[in-house]
Write a protein that binds this ligand. Structure first.
Ligand code: UD1
Ligand code: CA
Length: 456
């Protein structure tokens, strides 16, 4: 059977108390709906339809790059009504999988198990048994143990409320049958809604078996309704990622204080990560890399034997083998460091390349620059790359020595092995192998008296 997945994502999410549509709230930096999409997208032969409603524009705008068809449910009249919005998209022979856009941690393996149970003669339902089933639809079974119907909390009798097996909302149904049953839904219930769950009773009355399966863990089927649940699922997700990294040989000083918001596309051996490190986007990390406490690293490549000292912020940078960064360094986008480069405290580098063995150890700003190899840049050096309108380049040749507190007014080129005297403002190209400096002459005034405080 071909697969059609319908993701229900129109609900308001009142309890989030947010301007942001619920399905755009994030886990590990990714919108909830994106998690559900990514999982569905990994299923074979799958066509994905999303029913959206609340915050329509923002949802479409945020997720415009994903490969799905969108259907607006203008009024949210229930889960059955939501699926009715796409009824004419469903092909008779399809297996139709229903997912919720606010249930982010569902695993592909659980869905595969569920899909194995759907056929012309059977409907597949994912259920879970909870200690506290409050709020959920309860699974009603007959004496022989077969599911006969689902009753919503608000419609349940006292004895039905005691049932702890609940509907996760996730199910798979054969296309022709789903369409037929959708057409028969009524809203005669406590909430005046069209309940998708009513198709269970219809299936049973037509001798279609309702086959249940369960997720590996309860967390997989938990939905996000408020920010407490959001933070719970964030920790569940981060904990899984931390475990996977440790299994792959990464030392995390404290897995509870590590966050991965994205992926590590290449992972070396003997990586050590201290506490409060955030890895965002897509990073690649080589062998023997050490990351100190409180670093945020995004979309970067970190080669072998790199040491990143505490409190660094690194984005879209390449850090070559054996380099040492920080503490307190900031590498901004398009920073490319070759091998054995040292970037020290309170140094900011932007859109610049730095060749092998160069050192920028203290309090400097290097932007729009090409720095050669074995260059030494003294404390407080600034490339003045911006005149308020345009940006200009600074080129520093191999072996150059830039004295402390130098301003390099771009565009400017410093020749190979040039030396710049400390405190210079360099406005013109400086020749190789020479000392260049620009400083006011130092004078001393003999016999000078300090002013004294006037009486009255
Ligand atoms: C639903 C189930 C309940 C189950 C529970 C699991 C029904 C009638 N009840 O209840 O048995 O235990 O989920 O969480 O199906 N949505 C729409 N349009 C609508 C209504 C809902 O898109 O008109 C979406 C929501 O955005 C959400 C999902 O469907 O992603 C579930 O809606 P929700 O209101 O949370 O369902 P419950 O009433 O909690
Ligand atoms: Ca819900």
């Amino acid at each position: 059977m071909n697969l059609t997945t319908i993701i229900l994502a129109a609900g308001k999410g009142t309890r989030m108390r947010s301007e942001l549509p619920k399905v755009l709230h994030k886990i590990a930096g990714r919108p909830l709906l994106r998690h559900v999409y990514d999982m569905s997208h990994s299923l074979e032969n799958n066509r994905i339809l999303i029913v959206y409603g609340h915050g329509a524009e923002r949802v479409l705008d945020t997720l415009k790059d994903i490969d799905v068809a969108w259907f607006e449910q203008k009024q949210q009249l229930g889960t059955g009504h939501a699926v009715q919005q796409v009824a004419d998209q469903i092909k008779d022979g399809d297996a139709v999988l229903i997912l919720y856009g606010d249930v982010p941690l569902l695993k592909q393996s659980t869905v595969q198990k569920l899909l194995a149970n759907v056929s012309e003669n059977s409907l597949a339902l994912l259920t879970v048994t909870l200690d506290n089933p409050k709020g959920y639809g309860r699974i009603v079974r007959n004496d022989a143990g077969w599911v006969t119907r689902i009753v919503e909390e608000k419609d349940a009798t006292e004895s039905e409320k005691k049932i702890r097996e609940v509907n996760t909302g996730i199910m798979a149904v054969q296309g022709a049958q789903l369409k037929k049953w959708l057409g028969k839904l009524k809203n005669h219930n406590a909430q005046g809604e069209y309940y998708l769950t009513d198709i269970i009773e219809m299936a049973v009355s037509e001798q279609v078996a309702v086959v249940t399966s369960q997720p590996e863990t309860e967390d997989e089927v938990l939905g996000v309704n408020d920010r407490n649940q959001l933070s719970h699922l964030e920790r569940v997700y981060q904990n899984e990622q931390s475990k996977a990294l440790m299994t792959q040989g990464v030392t995390l000083y404290d897995p509870a204080r590590f966050d991965l918001r994205g992926s590590i596309d290449a992972l070396g051996q003997d990586i050590e990560i201290d506490i409060n490190v955030i890895l965002e986007g897509r990073n690649r990390i080589g062998n023997n890399v050490r990351v100190g406490a409180n670093c945020r690293i995004k979309d970067s490549v970190i080669e072998d034997n790199v040491e990143i000292l505490p409190n660094c912020v690194i984005e879209n940078a390449v850090i070559g083998q054996g380099s040492r960064i920080g503490p307190f360094a900031r590498l901004r986008p398009e920073t490319i460091l070759a091998e054995n480069v040292h970037i020290g405290n309170f140094v900011e580098i932007k859109k610049s390349t730095v060749a092998d063995g160069s050192k920028i150890n203290h309090l400097s700003y290097i932007g729009d620059s090409t720095v050669g190899s074995k260059v030494n840049i003294g404390a407080g050096t600034i490339t003045c790359n911006y005149d308020g309108v345009n940006k200009f380049k600074t080129v520093i040749g191999d072996g150059a020595f830039i004295g402390s507190d130098t301003q390099l007014i771009a565009p400017v080129t410093i020749g190979n092995n040039a030396t710049i005297g400390a405190g210079s403002t360099i406005t013109r190209d400086s020749p190789e192998n020479q000392l260049t400096l620009s400083r006011a002459k130092q004078i001393s005034v003999s016999g000078w008296q300090r002013p004294v405080k006037k009486e009255n």
